[in-house]
Write a protein that binds this ligand. Structure first.
Ligand SMILES: Cc1cc2nc3c(=O)[nH]c(=O)nc-3n(C[C@H](O)[C@H](O)[C@H](O)COP(=O)(O)O)c2cc1C
Length: 360
């Protein structure tokens, strides 16, 4: 594609009111209010990840972000189904907790894991009320889709909705529910896969998925998974995406919440260290394999999401405190860049310039 024909302005920039159709991808645990604000400063859409945080914490983070920027930004929430609390689940939880405590002891990691009764859920409706009250205008989501009443409520407040799909069938559901933009997440992506129609992962590569979703729906598409340089962006544009979500490329940045030892572990890792693992959360996520993933993925000590996720929080905190990457969840995608420690303003401005001067 001749470079002088690369245009950034499109339906997505018009809708999101940004200079570029580039999205700093939601990255729970990594993306900070500082990262979101920095993205806005260079005309990119920042995304504040709220995961399944309680409404009070969502408000705190939204306000902290608003203190730093006047630019539009998105917030992102998790819509996973909540498993029924049964006697069997409690038994499995207690058994897995004991197993993890023993495992941590063997490696001299002092952990404080939550008891079953301490595991609390956040209802996304409470998060949505907080998001509306705080005046947020762009909401992205993963692991599911909002119920119709919640969609109607957000639309009454002129909120733009961005849903995540990992299969063509999921894209169709999002379009049918009137979601404004669809983020197509290839299997290359770092972090959790947003799959919501099936228990098993579709595992569809970005090229196959994006082309087929483009054929199946009319909703404008954002693509996420493996974007790290000019050629990946140009290729994805040719396949029909109008928006580009960038995750892993920003993980080493100045605004990333990762500790220095975690950034260093990412920089040192080899391609063969990448794995799709359920070990930390009970849902598939892409990241680095380590002692923890190797042992757990070959065990029957994996609870359904979000129980595994809540149970391993204490372990991940201990790993961070002890600077132990063997028990940290180090999510990253298949396109692994240098994990530059520069500001995301520098990383993304260089990327934009590279695209604008790209010669195939
Ligand atoms: C550390 C990390 C955390 C993530 N957390 C979220 C999240 O909170 N919500 C979400 O929708 N996606 C999340 N993702 C997925 C990203 O938004 C995005 O799909 C992915 O990073 C794109 O692939 P790439 O990493 O190859 O750029 C996360 C990804 C990473 C690497």
């Amino acid at each position: 594609m001749p470079t002088d024909t690369f245009t950034w302005k499109n339906k997505i920039t018009a809708l999101l009111q940004t200079q570029y159709p580039i999205i700093q991808a939601p990255m729970f645990g990594v993306a900070t209010p500082q990262m979101v604000a920095a993205a806005g400063e260079i005309g990119v859409l920042g995304t504040l990840p709220l995961g399944d945080l309680p409404a009070s914490k969502c408000i705190e983070l939204i306000r902290a972000t608003k203190q730093l920027t006047d630019r539009p930004f998105a917030v992102n929430v998790f819509l996973n189904p909540l498993p029924e609390r049964t006697a069997e689940l409690k038994k499995q939880y207690t058994r897995t907790k004991k197993y993890l405590e023993d495992f941590a002891k063997q490696v001299d990691l002092e952990v404080k894991l939550a008891d079953y009764e301490q595991v609390v859920y956040t209802d996304y409706r409470d998060q949505v009320d907080a998001i509306i009250a705080e005046g947020c205008k762009i909401v992205s989501f993963t692991f599911g889709v909002f119920d119709e009443a919640t969609i109607a409520k957000m639309k009454q407040h002129n909120i733009i909705l961005i849903g995540t799909c990992t299969a063509v069938a999921e894209a169709r559901v999002l379009e049918q529910k009137g979601i404004d933009l669809i983020c197509v997440q290839g299997i290359e992506a770092g972090g959790h896969q947003g799959t919501f129609l099936t228990e098993t992962l579709p595992e569809i590569g970005g090229l196959s998925l994006l082309a087929q979703v483009k054929d199946a729906v009319k909703t404008p598409l954002i693509y996420a998974g493996g974007l790290y340089n000019a050629s990946t962006i140009v290729a994805i544009k040719a396949l029909g995406a109008q928006g580009f979500a960038i995750g892993s490329l920003l993980m080493g940045s100045e605004e990333s919440n990762l500790a220095e030892f975690e950034k260093e572990a990412l920089r040192q890792a080899k391609e063969s260290d990448l794995v799709l693992t359920k070990s930390f959360s009970g849902r598939y996520a892409r990241g680095l394999s380590n002692t923890f993933t190797n042992q757990l993925d070959h065990s029957d000590y994996i609870l359904p999401y979000p129980f595994q996720n809540k149970l391993t929080i204490g372990l991940r905190i201990a790993a961070k405190t002890n600077k132990n990457p063997e028990f940290s969840s180090l999510w990253t995608g298949q396109s692994r860049g240098p994990y530059s420690g520069a500001s995301i303003k520098v990383i993304l401005s260089q990327l934009i310039q590279e695209v604008e001067t790209y010669k195939p």
